[in-house]
Structure formats: structure tokens, C-alpha cells
Design a protein around this ligand. Structure first.
Ligand SMILES: Cc1cc2nc3c(=O)[nH]c(=O)nc-3n(C[C@H](O)[C@H](O)[C@H](O)COP(=O)(O)OP(=O)(O)OC[C@H]3O[C@@H](n4cnc5c(N)ncnc54)[C@H](O)[C@@H]3O)c2cc1C
Length: 472
């Protein structure tokens, strides 16, 4: 990681950083600008050894302040790194010099119309808070990425985050009807709003969704909500292996069961997280499928029964918890799978490839085989219905040789995803770690268009430089 901030190259880096902080401090107030503390230099990839550097951290409290900071940076050739909750798995928010613009002070709810199923929030509000507000008013904000208490709506939009319930409800972008953003050279734009349809102009809102801070700083969003389903009833099936488990997953779709979530864990993920599964797992279980039925109470109960039947065909055991506390306990456990897997060796290199559903079994089995070829323990789990795997290689974080082998294993994994007709990233994005990998799956002309979009928004290349880059 290394590029120039462009400010007075004749002075020492420390002096230049101090000048940047002083100038931004005059614009935003001294309390809103400081030197970067360690937590702003990493994200959820810290255990992979990714750590950045920055000249300053700016904490704007309003869209106008974001615009002032971006305008100053743009004029002075200083990089701008938008930051949400820092839970990203692609090092997208890890700075490589320049100014970290953290949205953490922008947490206002600007408008909330429960009777019209919509809310407008500032980008720094946590995902968990948006979901809570909706729930307390009988509504549902469906996107449920795993680190909801830390991640921010702005970060979710910038990564187009998914989660278990994306299977039925779609990823974050599907719930965004309007965006306010600051784009170079420091202008505020509004795209869409409290409207549920909008086909005027090219889909600039769509370009900002999933842009990983490389096209603009998202400052607020209008979000659609839904009446909350009356009941959510999960079903868990345990299987002897990936073949039976993946057959069951296809069986759920084949039977026409419109479940809300359809998740899986392979043998390695069960070995890491199974010990804490509520009620324990069968000794011979080497694959688990977790589905959830939702709807009115009658609908959910009917669907749950059908799900038990569909998963039961080849299962070692099928369970259908119903009491509220058991359902909550199950999802809390599911949220902890990533951390349990990491805990096995202290570190992990975890990717988020996506493949067509009928290639899921191959991708699961190949993940283990790739690990074996690189002498690494490997496992996968993820959003089975979406064909989205968290293919993971376990490492001891201070073992450089293991980390190196895990990186090589990840390269093979990306090749596999593309060979199976999939993509190198289903939900975490490209960030810094997967920069340059897009050429594996896109034609040269598509890559040119990708770069042209970046140049159109950010001609000086100062917004989150190096991230989501099609080529390096
Ligand atoms: C335990 C755990 C479980 C997870 N589970 C899931 C999951 O199920 N599904 C999933 O998709 N992800 C998951 N993630 C990854 C992560 O939570 C998501 O990518 C999330 O959307 C990141 O949000 P954040 O606010 O933390 O963003 P950050 O990590 O701060 O930033 C991510 C990217 O977005 C950009 N960005 C952030 N805020 C803004 C803004 N306001 N304007 C413009 N750009 C911005 C940053 O520059 C960076 O490129 C998980 C992470 C953890 C640690």
C-alpha cells in the first residue's frame, strides 16, 4: 500500500500529515479531525495482516461537512477513504495514506414513515439499529449481514451486503430507493428518494451501490421496509456429506418452497462451530442445512412442515425449533460461525465466491481439496440458496508461510469460481485484497467500461485509490 497524498511533497510526511489535519480542522472544527488511531487502520481482515496508514481521520457530523472535507482533499490531491463500521472482509476501508472519512457521527433518522413502509437515515447508523427501529414498528428491514451491531448502513450500501435472508429478499441494494452522496470534486447529489420506482436517467444510484467507496461518499439513504412476517420458523437438517446435503438444497427449490433463508455448513465448519450448536449435532453429521419458513403463522407453519419433509428425504436428523427463544438462539449461533471458525487456529483467509446453485457441491468439495493441496485445513459455509460460499483456509496469524499458502489457495479458489460459471465475490466486494482479479471473469471491453465509470466519477483517482480496481 503506498501512494502520494500530493500535498507539499517538499516537506516530511509527518509535517504534511500535520498540515492536512490543520487544514481540515479549520473546516470541520478541531474535535472532528485527528491523527489516525489503530482502529481506523484495519477492518475485519486484520488477522490476515492487513494494516494501513493515514494522514488524518475526519469525523464529519453533516453532509455539508463531508462535502467540505472531500472538496478540500480533492483540490489538494489528497486521497479520501470512506469508512463505515470497519467490518469489511475485503480491506475496502483500510487506508493507504490520505484522509479516512468516518461516518460514525452521522446517525440521525431523518424521516420515518412506518405507515408508508419507509425510512430515511444517515449513513453512519448501524444496521442493527435500522433493523430494531423497523421491528419496533411492526416492520422488517430484511438485509441481515452478520456484523449488524457494528456495520453501518452506508457500509452495507457501499458493499451491497447480503446475508442469510438475501435468498428471499435480495441484498441491501434491493431496499435502497434513494441515496444522498458526496461525489468529486465535493458536490452533494441526490438520486431517487421516497419513491419506489425511478427509471429516469442511467442508474447512478445502482452504480454507487456496491461501489466500495470508490465513486462517492454515501451520506444518507431512503430505505424500503416491509410489514414483518408474523412468524419465522427454521428447520435444520443434518446430512452425511455434501452430496446428500446439496441434493436436499436443490430438493427445496425443486419442491417450490419459497423459504426466506437457505444456509449450509460443511464438515469442517461443523467441526469448528458444532460444539456450541443448541442441542448438539449428531455424531456422524458432515453437512448441515438451515432453512427458514416465514409469513403469517399459518403460512410459516405450513412451509415449515414442507421443509421438514423436503430436507428429511436423505437426512440423518431434522429439527424444527418453534419457541421464540430457541429460534433466536439458533440464529445467534449461526451469526457466530465465522468467529468460531477463526477461533480454530486464530486466523483465516475467507473468501465469498458465488457459483450457480447446481455447482455448489463441486465448490464445497473443491474448497477442501484446494486446502489439502496447499496443506491447509479448509472449510466452507454460507448462503446455499444463493450459491454463495465462505470458502475458508485456516491459518495461524503469525505464520507467514501459512498465510502465503492461503493466499495461493485463494487464487485457485477464484479460478474455480469462474470455471464453475460463478464470480469471485458474492457479497464482500473486491476492496484491496481482490484488486485486479476482475479480469478473471470479465471481457476486456467490460473492464474498460468499469474503469471509465471510475474516471467519470473520480477523474483524479482520489476516492479510495486502489480499491475495487479492475486491473493492477
Ligand atoms: C462476523 C462478520 C459477519 C459478516 N457477515 C456478512 C454477511 O452475512 N453478508 C455480507 O455481505 N457481509 C458480511 N460481513 C462483511 C461486512 O459486515 C459487510 O461488508 C458490511 O456491509 C461492511 O459494512 P461496514 O459499515 O463495516 O463497512 P466498512 O468495512 O467500514 O467499509 C466497507 C467498504 O465500504 C466503503 N464505505 C463504508 N461506508 C461508506 C460510505 N458511507 N460511503 C461510501 N463508501 C463507504 C468503504 O470504503 C469500504 O470500501 C460480515 C463481517 C463480519 C465481521
Amino acid at each position: 500500500m503506498g501512494y502520494s497524498t500530493g500535498v507539499r511533497t517538499s516537506v516530511t510526511p509527518a509535517r504534511r500529515s500535520a498540515e492536512i489535519r490543520a487544514a481540515l480542522g479549520r473546516l470541520l472544527g478541531p474535535d472532528a479531525v485527528g491523527p489516525p488511531t489503530a482502529s481506523y487502520l484495519t477492518d475485519a481482515t486484520e488477522h490476515r495482516g492487513v494494516k494501513g496508514s493515514a494522514d488524518a481521520v475526519a469525523l464529519p457530523a453533516s453532509t455539508q461537512e463531508v462535502a467540505s472535507a472531500v472538496a478540500w482533499c480533492y483540490e489538494h490531491g489528497v486521497a479520501i477513504v470512506p469508512r463505515g463500521g470497519g467490518t469489511g472482509f475485503a480491506a475496502g476501508a483500510v487506508p493507504d495514506g490520505g484522509v479516512v472519512v468516518s461516518l460514525e457521527r452521522m446517525t440521525r433518522v431523518r424521516a420515518f414513515d412506518p405507515l408508508l413502509w419507509r425510512i430515511c437515515v444517515e449513513a453512519g447508523l448501524s444496521t442493527g439499529e435500522v433493523r430494531r427501529l423497523a421491528r419496533e414498528n411492526g416492520l422488517l428491514f430484511p438485509p441481515d449481514p452478520g456484523a449488524a451491531e457494528q456495520s453501518q448502513i452506508g457500509g452495507n450500501i457501499a458493499t451491497n451486503a447480503g446475508g442469510p435472508h438475501a435468498f428471499k429478499y435480495g441484498a441491501t441494494g434491493a431496499w435502497v430507493t434513494g441515496l444522498e452522496a458526496v461525489v468529486p470534486p465535493g458536490e452533494i447529489i441526490e438520486l431517487g428518494g421516497a419513491i419506489r420506482k425511478d427509471v429516469a436517467g442511467y442508474d447512478l444510484k445502482g452504480l454507487l451501490i456496491g461501489s466500495e467507496g470508490t465513486l462517492g461518499v454515501i451520506t444518507a439513504a431512503w430505505l424500503k421496509l416491509l410489514p414483518a412476517p408474523e412468524a419465522t420458523l427454521p428447520v435444520v437438517g443434518f446430512f452425511a456429506g455434501a452430496e446428500a446435503g446439496c441434493r436436499a438444497i436443490e430438493g427445496v427449490l425443486g419442491a417450490g418452497l419459497a423459504v426466506a433463508a437457505l444456509e449450509y455448513l460443511d464438515a469442517g465448519a461443523l467441526a469448528a462451530a458444532g460444539a456450541t450448536f443448541p442441542g448438539g449435532i449428531p455424531a456422524e453429521a458432515a453437512f448441515m442445512v438451515l432453512g427458514e419458513a416465514d409469513g403469517s403463522k399459518a403460512e410459516a407453519e405450513g412451509l415449515q412442515r414442507e421443509l421438514v419433509e423436503a430436507l428429511g428425504v436423505d437426512a440423518l436428523d431434522v429439527r424444527a425449533p418453534e419457541p421464540r427463544h430457541e429460534v433466536e438462539e439458533l440464529w445467534r449461533w449461526r451469526d457466530g460461525v465465522s468467529i468460531a471458525v477463526e477461533g480454530r487456529r486464530g486466523g483465516k483467509v475467507s473468501e465469498d465466491i458465488v457459483v450457480p446453485l447446481d455447482r455448489l457441491r463441486e465448490a464445497v468439495e473443491e474448497t477442501t481439496a484446494i486446502g489439502e493441496r496447499h496443506r491447509l485445513e479448509a472449510c466452507s459455509w454460507g448462503h446455499a440458496g444463493d450459491g454463495n460460499l465462505h470458502s475458508t483456509f485456516l491459518v495461524a496469524p503469525d505464520d507467514g508461510a501459512q498465510l502465503e499458502r492461503a493466499r495461493a489457495a485463494a487464487e485457485e479458489l477464484f479460478e474455480l469460481a469462474v470455471r464453475l460459471g460463478g464470480s469471485i465475490s458474492g457479497e464482500h466486494g473486491i476492496g484491496w485484497l481482490k484488486r485486479g482479479q476482475l479480469c478473471r471473469q470479465w471481457a476486456p471491453r467490460a473492464l474498460e467500461l468499469h474503469d471509465a465509470v471510475k474516471r467519470a466519477f473520480d477523474p483524479k483517482g482520489l476516492l479510495n485509490p486502489g480499491k475495487k480496481a479492475a486491473a493492477i
